[in-house]
Design a protein around this ligand. Structure first.
Ligand SMILES: [Zn+2]
Length: 312
């Protein structure tokens, strides 16, 4: 093979050249993604979001898609990002870190990080390592290490749990996941499955050691769920991909009608599929029962349906 005959020096310089070419293509890809975003092309093609379009249609893995979206969004505010990615002064991991931190700060403080700060950060991260970047971003955005455990109840009764772990606690969890993924035939990799499996084990163990037989009902809960079929209610919540596509292709924007003006919202931001007749009220996953709503109207409609009073 030709490569085998290359001198060390040529091998090294060839690789450098290839990588420079790769960065050039990356910059070009980011510009294309910006254009797709600007035209909202993904909606025309039947995808809910840029992320779905890049993963399901273009074929990027989730992480790769998210990093490129982060780069595109940042570049829309700070255009020099594209050039920095091309020259290699900045890489995708740094950009992603930056965007993730900005999002966190914005949702925490409910204030926007301004363009000037973003520009400063982009300049500051130039040619820095990832670890250095992490520290710089935390300092500039004044991010204090999160220590509180946060539990958020979500509308389908699932729970979002955020926990901060020490290095050694985290390493223990990683070890546990590694052991489980090696020993399970189906392979466990998601944290919800790992935690459920561990919980099942401990509950079973405690149950046995107490020598008590619990009621039939409770025993059922001890069966591990991770290998079984999704429960019927979960299956019902899942809208088939082909139907999702059709809904997005048909609606393309928020279908909410203003009660007084009769005008359609038509927002194209953060679109969700809404069940006109809710699932819990025996609504179906049929095309006719589905529509697109923006995040705000989705929540508003949900509040009405669930008859939750707004206390504020
Ligand atoms: Zn709307």
């Amino acid at each position: 093979m030709k490569l085998k005959k290359l001198t060390d020096q040529n091998l090294d310089s060839n690789l450098k050249e290839l990588v420079a070419g790769e960065r050039e293509i990356l910059a070009e890809i980011i510009l294309h993604i910006i254009e797709v975003e600007t035209r909202k092309l993904y909606l025309k093609l039947g995808f809910a979001s840029l992320f779905e379009y890049l993963t399901q249609h273009i074929g990027y893995a989730n992480g790769s898609a998210q990093r490129r979206i982060d780069a595109a969004r940042l570049a829309m505010v700070v255009p020099k990002v594209v050039g920095d990615l091309e020259s290699g002064d900045l890489n995708l991991s740094q950009v992603s870190l930056l965007q993730k931190s900005i999002r966190a700060v914005q949702s925490e403080s409910k204030t926007k990080v301004d363009q000037k700060t973003k520009e400063d950060l982009v300049n500051l991260l130039s040619n820095k390592s990832f670890a250095e970047s992490e520290i710089l971003v935390s300092q500039v955005l004044d991010i204090t290490p999160a220590e509180v455990t946060k539990i958020t109840n979500q509308k389908d009764e699932s729970v979002r749990l955020q926990v901060t772990l020490s290095k050694s606690q985290w390493e223990k969890l990683l070890k546990m996941r590694e052991l489980l993924s090696n020993s399970m035939p189906s392979g466990i990799s998601n944290w919800d499955q790992v935690l459920e499996y561990a919980a099942d084990k401990i509950i079973k163990l405690k149950d046995k050691s107490q020598g008590k037989q619990k009621s039939e009902n409770q025993n059922q809960n001890l069966k591990p769920h991770h290998t079984s079929e999704p429960s019927s209610s979960k299956a019902r919540q899942h809208i088939p991909i082909s139907i999702r596509r059709q809904v997005f292709q048909r609606d393309q924007c928020c279908q909410y009608l203003n009660k007084t003006t009769g005008k359609k919202c038509e927002s194209k931001w953060h679109l969700h599929i809404d069940h006109i007749q809710p699932l819990w009220a025996d609504g179906s996953n049929e095309l006719e029962n589905l529509r697109i709503l923006c995040a705000g109207h989705n929540q508003q409609v949900y509040r009405w349906q669930a008859n939750i009073n707004n206390h504020s």
